[in-house]
Design a protein around this ligand. Sequence first.
Ligand code: ADP
Ligand code: MG
Length: 327
Amino acid sequence: MNEFALIDLIQSTCALHRPDVRIGIGDDAAAIDVPEGHELLICTDTLVAGRHFPINSRAEDIGWKSLAVNLSDLAAMGGTPAFALLALCLPDPDEAWVRAFARGFSELASRHNVALIGGDTTRGPLTITVTALGFAPRGMALRRGGAKVGDVIVVTGALGAAAAGLHYLGLRPECGRAYRLDPNRFDHQCVSALDRPVPQIAQGIALRDYASSAIDISDGLAADLGHVLRLSDTGADIELGLLPGWQALCEVLAVEQATRLVLSGGDDYVLLATVPPNRLQAAELAVKSTGAVLCAIGHVSAEPGLRIRDLQGNLIHIEKAGWDHFA
Ligand code: ADP
Ligand code: MG
């Protein structure tokens, strides 16, 4: 397959029409309309084989995840996704692989009405860069700075499952994707969380009217909450026993390991937000209407730093706060 046949294949697999795409794939740049009273949110994220996903991951899952991690960034800002660009660096132009990749990408894109409007196709080590674009009403995008002392810290879903999935794959690498075949099994659910993260788009939009700050948890709760605290000039106190997902992991793993996975495992792609106490109930209702549950896990404090307490009220020491590519 040559470069242009590959682009055609991707384009035909990801064919979603939106009237606000003035110029899509085929020209030197795309052109889009931005709705009146809105601003354009733009983000990009790269996935490198062997670093962001196991080498033997299914092409469909890589396609899904490469878009999901970007839509998660839009979700954290309270954005509505609309468009994406895809820069693919492939070792070999394997038609079956590209077709499956595009199918996974397209499956998630169509759920959120995201049109693929351009990209780039090159040869090299398998690397996928997606750029996602979305809209928010002008001035309404959620940001990492903005948390105030006394705000309640909330998350929109369970933590640690994806990191546990990676743990299970490490235990039995020969099982690979067979791990996903039984949705009733906990280990299979964890591998699914790793392969197919679900961006919290509706939850981000629901939080837009209530949250003082938000971030998506990609590098682990401790690291990502740390970003919010630094940009907000505040500290925080959270309780391990309140973290959704921790109890379930404690039933199958050692408590220390379960604790490490929920605090710094990463790849969670749920949202963390801070909400003033007088808006908490309204925020809970808004998130409930999306089918998710908002869980309060602690509060923002004046004392700098992040303190995490176990069930006895003792402080937990976190060794590795999160992922740093250059550490
Ligand atoms: P140029 O050489 O001017 O950069 P290309 O030949 O790379 O243009 O791309 C041709 C068209 O195909 C452009 O509209 C580009 O956005 C689109 N395109 C290239 N690769 C991809 C891809 N992987 N996914 C989606 N669109 C792509
Ligand atoms: Mg090009």
